[in-house]
Design a protein around this ligand. Structure first.
Ligand SMILES: [Zn+2]
Length: 58
């Protein structure tokens, strides 16, 4: 299967859309993420594509 080598992805909260998602636990059933913005905890997170030129800008 072809893999598109463009940019990278960022995890965002499904509730508030914040990218402040941290992985707090991993198990055989999946990962558990925590959102620092709205305190959401769950295994469901959204993956968003980042444009290649938006990397590491300060
Ligand atoms: Zn959130």
């Amino acid at each position: 299967m072809p893999r598109r080598p463009r940019g990278r992805t960022v995890l965002v909260c499904p509730q508030c859309g914040s990218p402040k998602i941290t992985l707090i636990a991993g198990s055989i059933v999946g990962q558990v993420y925590h959102c620092a913005a709205c305190d959401y905890v769950g295994s469901l997170v959204l993956e968003q594509d980042l444009p290649p030129e938006a990397t590491e800008k300060r």
